[in-house]
Design a protein around this ligand. Sequence first.
Ligand code: FES
Ligand code: FE2
Length: 369
Amino acid sequence: MTDALPASNGRGPLHRPSDDVPRQYPWPVPFGWYQVAWTDELAPGEVKPLHYFGRHLVLWREETGEARLNDAFCPHLGAHLGHGGKVSGSLLVCPFHGWEFDAEGRNCRIPYSEKVNKTASTRAYPMRDVNGLLMAWYHPFDEKPLWEIPALDEFAGDPDWTEPVARDFVIKAAWQELAENSVDSAHFHFVHHTDVVPELESYEYGFPTQRMRSKQRFPTPQGVVDGRIDVDTVGPGFGVTRFSGIVDTALMGCNTPINAHTCHLRFTFSVKRLGDDAGTSTVGRAFVNEVTNQVIEDIPIWENKAFVPRPALADTDGPYMKFRKWASQFYAEGVDDGVDYFVPPPPDPRKPIEVVELGRTSAARHRSV
Ligand code: FES
Ligand SMILES: [Fe+2]
């Protein structure tokens, strides 16, 4: 008598539950700098629970102003520091028994003991406050940052540029699926119904950067205007797209993995002033809405598609394979591309088909241009 399952039930390979759940993606969470908040969302002394990189996190700001990010669970008995934790000066205080932790996550005071617990610590993530964004460095093996995020003139308070305008979306797809959109010129016509598609002039990549230069013709009531779309990406979590032609616009796109199959995409726009505020506002708002609507149009494709490691491409398709080589540099845990299709989970037959609200843009983010 043995407990081992038979290799076959006589009708083909034995059907184990795990066979029903194919891997949706070949990728783990890539390493890099990721936006975890806008700077103005976190006041001195404030504490917030977050969940990114497949981890429970606590975001907090010292009373003197530095923003911090740590793993959420207290090493004493596991309280979530983001739910009821408080800031005292430059320390984070656990809500359960009052232990205090510094920016490095080290225990530095136990209120009912003379000693600290030197082994008690919670992982600290390097943070930067740049371009009005709070960026955190994630690496699965806790390696130190390998690059920095550049400070951009358009987001430095120059009065020639408008106050930033923000939009965000939670999307049930992996980081790389969204990022690949940037090299996909053919989909503009079919998904976004644009008459003219960007014409790629050059695509170059290194580590951690990616650089794309494109020409774009914009049809207007006054005729066609020649414009440009120039994209500079720095690692998986930060890119700036500069649009010119009708109105100069800078767009920071920050795509933060919530886990390996869901991400939080944040856009921050600034528009170069046209001379009259009303005109800037009208043109700027139309532009922001157009880009936002394009994401909303992309979402059903991203959320339902398979990932095809060896795609069947047209000779005029964009530089997908170069893009994928660039992206592959950020997976410290390796990539599994041993199957032909990575597919989404099957729909649950007990549930009616879910009608997903496309794009989540919180009311607080509707600041006027
Ligand atoms: S669980 Fe945090 S102090 Fe006890
Ligand atoms: Fe798109």
